[in-house]
Design a binder for this molecule. Structure first.
Ligand code: NI
Length: 184
């Protein structure tokens, strides 16, 4: 089932999300809903706060970008109780967007390598190192779990310039081809 994407201005996007336990209700259908919602909106990542749930879970699917970056060939998975334990490498800049901030794209600087600890849908623990575009997608989604949006990571001057645009988005002044939900 496709769920509505919560838009900039929704308080849940600013909360620090919590870990979950294996008895979390209907986890399997939640995960498939998240994949479905991400696909329907042409996203390459979706974090639970973006569908209104303040839990440390996100899904990614970088496979549409595998032509440009062969490392993304199998990069489709769910990260539960994710915690980045190390960040490093060269910083790189990339023009990011976010399903919760429709129509806005900004250059964001991020570290190129990360180490992340998480459990999969069977609650099996993993610790993995990612770099390049995979590391960027993970960092963007991971930020959502800490209540951080990519627009928080632009320069102070850009931030100033974005304020009016973000306020307009929060009021619904944008077009999006997917189901969404504005803050009440
Ligand atoms: Ni996002």
């Amino acid at each position: 089932m496709v769920r509505p994407v919560y838009i900039y201005g929704s308080p849940v996007l600013r909360k620090v999300a919590q870990d979950i336990t294996p008895d979390y209700p209907n986890l399997d259908s939640l995960i498939s809903d998240m994949f479905e919602t991400m696909e329907q909106s042409d996203g390459i990542g979706l974090a639970a706060p973006q569908i209104g749930l303040s839990i440390r879970l996100f899904v990614v699917d970088g496979t549409p970008l595998a032509e440009d970056d062969p490392n993304l060939k199998d990069f489709r998975r769910v990260f539960i109780n994710a915690h980045i334990t190390e960040r490093g490498g060269e910083k790189t800049i990339y023009n990011e967007g976010c399903l919760s901030i429709p129509g806005l794209h900004e250059d964001v600087e991020r570290e190129s390598t990360i180490k992340i600890r998480y459990v999969d849908r069977n609650f099996v623990e993993h610790e993995e190192v990612y770099s390049g575009m995979a590391a960027r997608i993970i960092q963007h989604e991971y930020d959502h779990l800490d209540g951080i949006l990519f627009t928080d990571r632009v320069s102070p001057i850009r931030k100033q310039l974005l304020r009016a645009k973000l306020n307009a988005i929060a009021k619904g002044k944008f077009s999006a081809s997917y189901k969404y939900r504005l803050a009440k």
